[in-house]
Design a protein around this ligand. Structure first.
Ligand SMILES: *[C@@H]1O[C@H](CO)[C@@H](O)[C@H](O)[C@H]1NC(C)=O
Ligand SMILES: *[C@@H]1O[C@H](CO)[C@@H](O)[C@H](O)[C@H]1NC(C)=O
Ligand SMILES: *[C@@H]1O[C@H](CO)[C@@H](O)[C@H](O)[C@H]1NC(C)=O
Length: 616
């Protein structure tokens, strides 16, 4: 290459000094097939990170482009934003420690999660001997709407290409010249995020009939966004919820609320306050619904807060579960295992104890359900201890993140999962974004004395009723008229799924609200039911697999659905949104083992190091 000529001396220098390192990197990537070889790969990657952030990022931008993992501009965008964080992680940990194992699980799917680090969550008081009994008086239920994962794309451009090669389509990308093969329609498209008009239409549909709403997070598509657009996106949606809905909303923080996506540093990090601006914006935007005290908590407890809904005995506890999320690469910046990053567990305990002391019922509201494969097992286990301790106070848990219409059950004894040992239900709401499913939201009928859910109705697409959980599943499990749709009910539903494949396949179609329903064979069904019976991640029957964690949704078809649970599992890419893992996890498979190709890759890395050394 002619333009490299002036760099030739530098290139020779780089070959001389770093030649061994470049060899080591290429060899280690090729050999990365299991947990041990993944640890070994981290050694030369750490060496690369020590050459500096730009050497590290430039190398992976070049590799991403050369191996065609993404479009060149996408390679550049993602790695530039997020590469420095991974380089920082690698410089801060031992390649052979437990954090490295967790990183190898998260980013490459090459390690299984390590055994749970035993930790006993401290409680201010033991569980009461005679817990308060909440009894239904049979009064008329009130309505609560639950919507999630709105993923609004304010840059959605009608007429732009709706079938593109980027992580998100329907945008006017620089350099796209040819007329679109599939012009984006005004209201929305598959492969694209939510238009402003679709989001407003949903809010108007919800506004007609509800006491309050729950919004379980993910406002924008942040993967390629800068933070100025993110600020605007968060503020605009807060305003729209406020003006269109009228009634209060109890929101929570999603993994897409950070720029770069998923990057929420812990309080112990080198940049502990890098996400504070998000909490400050939401503290202001949510204050009208959660009062001064709640708003102050949002700013001081990393986005978490609690508020009693006026005129009720119900405390809503909204917590930020992004500190338990495997794709948050700030969680791998130290070898020290922290049981409770940013005190989210302690906050939850404090608020639940207050509810118990006051004789209130509580709802947990959060973005990421704690039972999926993308949750760190330690924190999921500790959170489960809290659920066990306060099971009498918690009347429901509400999540989003999966983009699927789901539920998951917690048990007092996971070795004996039954209707008798079922203690709590996670209601995992469908997404608004049309990317993976038909847009949908739920309306719950809530008993005003117990705050338990009597029915859950899903509305989809043009906001017509899709189905009622009580009407659909009740007859299969013999539900009594006064019985709430509680943990025992949902366990019986999973038993009905196991024996009645028609009922299970109907649930399988509900997952995506009827869009692009994927076949789920016997093995897939077993795994899916296991996922429904696991609000604790260590029990979801999932196994980490190379390159699988970050595969795009839909690619699982290649496996014939055999080893893949539908909905229950939660591979990281489901929700990770164009993060670094979507590039890194592909490298070992893409790097051909032929000597000629390896030589080419060697050259690519050497050139990128020479450019970095030249400060380019
Ligand atoms: C999108 O484009 C790809 C490649 O050009 C093509 O194979 C596919 O059928 C298109 N999808 C739709 C929905 O048109
Ligand atoms: C609206 O609320 C009433 C009671 O307040 C309830 O009976 C009715 O089912 C609700 N309708 C919808 C569509 O949620
Ligand atoms: C199986 O489930 C289907 C769909 O819900 C239902 O119509 C049917 O009656 C069920 N069969 C039995 C034997 O319960």
């Amino acid at each position: 290459m002619v333009w490299l000529k002036p760099l030739l001396p530098l290139l020779l220098f780089v070959c001389f000094v770093h030649g061994g390192l470049v060899d080591d990197i290429v060899n280690a990537i090729v050999k990365a097939v299991d947990c041990g070889s993944c640890h070994a790969l981290l050694v030369p990657l750490q060496g690369l990170a020590h050459l500096g952030d730009s050497a590290f990022s430039n190398t992976f931008i070049a590799l991403c482009k050369h191996l065609k993992v993404q479009d060149p501009d996408v390679c550049e965008g993602i790695v530039k934003q997020q590469g420095p964080l991974l380089a920082h992680d690698l410089r801060s940990i031992s390649p052979f420690g437990q954090t490295a194992t967790k990183l190898c699980d998260s980013i490459f799917g090459l390690c299984q999660p390590p055994a749970i680090n035993k930790y006993t969550v401290p409680f201010p008081k033991p569980a009461p001997k005679n817990p308060k009994v909440f009894t239904s008086q049979g009064r008329a239920p009130f309505q609560v709407a639950h919507f999630s994962d709105v993923h609004i794309d304010r840059e959605y451009a009608p007429g732009s290409e709706a079938n593109c090669t980027k992580p998100i389509c329907c945008r006017n990308y620089a350099g796209s010249t040819s007329p679109p093969k599939m012009p984006a329609r005004p209201m929305g498209e598959r492969n694209c995020d939510t238009t402003t008009s679709l989001a407003q239409s949903m809010l108007r549909a919800i506004s007609t009939n509800n006491t309050f709403s729950i919004f379980t997070g993910d406002v924008v598509e942040a993967s390629l966004d800068n933070s100025i657009r993110l600020v605007d996106g968060l503020q605009r949606f807060n305003e729209e919820m406020s003006t269109i809905l009228g009634a209060p909303v109890y929101p929570t923080v999603g993994n897409h609320e950070a720029a770069p996506v998923n990057a929420f540093p812990r309080s112990t990090a080198s940049k502990p306050n890098a996400a504070q601006w998000i909490y400050d914006i939401q503290s202001q935007g949510w204050a009208k619904w959660i009062n001064t005290a709640g708003a102050s908590q949002v700013a001081h407890y990393s986005g978490s807060y609690s508020a009693v809904h006026p005129g009720t005995n119900l405390r809503i506890i909204s917590i930020n579960t992004v500190y338990w999320y495997k794709a948050n690469f700030w969680l791998y910046d130290s070898d020290k295992q922290q049981p409770d990053p940013n005190g989210i567990l302690a906050f939850t305990v404090k608020e639940l104890q207050m509810a118990e002391d006051a004789g209130q019922r509580a709802w947990i509201v959060a973005h990421m359900p704690p039972g999926r494969q993308d949750t760190l097992q330690d924190q999921s286990n500790y959170f489960d201890q809290i659920v066990q301790r306060y099971k009498n106070t918690i009347a429901g848990q509400f999540y989003g993140h999966s983009h699927q219409d789901q539920f998951a059950i917690a048990y007092s004894n996971y070795a004996r999962r039954s209707a008798e040992t079922a203690v709590s239900v996670g209601w995992i709401g469908p997404a608004l974004t049309p990317r993976d499913s038909n847009p949908a939201f739920r309306v719950y009928d809530v008993d005003p004395d117990t705050y338990e859910i009597m029915d859950s109705r899903v509305f989809r697409t043009t906001w017509e009723l899709y189905y009622s959980a009580r009407a659909t599943y009740g007859p299969l499990v013999g539900v009594q008229p006064s019985e709430a749709l509680g943990p025992a009910f949902w366990h019986r539903v999973t038993e009905a799924f196991a024996r009645n494949d028609t009922a299970f396949q109907q649930y399988n179609a509900f997952l995506s609200s009827g869009f692009g329903v994927k076949a789920c064979n016997a093995a897939c069904k077993t795994l899916t039911i296991c996922g429904l019976r696991a609000l604790r991640a260590q029990d979801n029957c999932q196994v980490s697999k190379p390159g699988l964690n970050f595969r795009k949704r839909g690619e699982e078809e290649e496996e014939g659905g055999e080893h893949v649970a539908h909905g229950g599992g939660g591979r990281i890419d489901d929700c990770e949104g164009g993060g670094l893992g979507s590039i890194f996890s592909q490298l070992p498979q893409r790097l051909s083992k032929s000597p000629a190709e390896r030589e080419k890759v060697r050259k690519v890395i050497e050139e990128s190091l020479a450019l970095s050394a030249a400060g380019l």
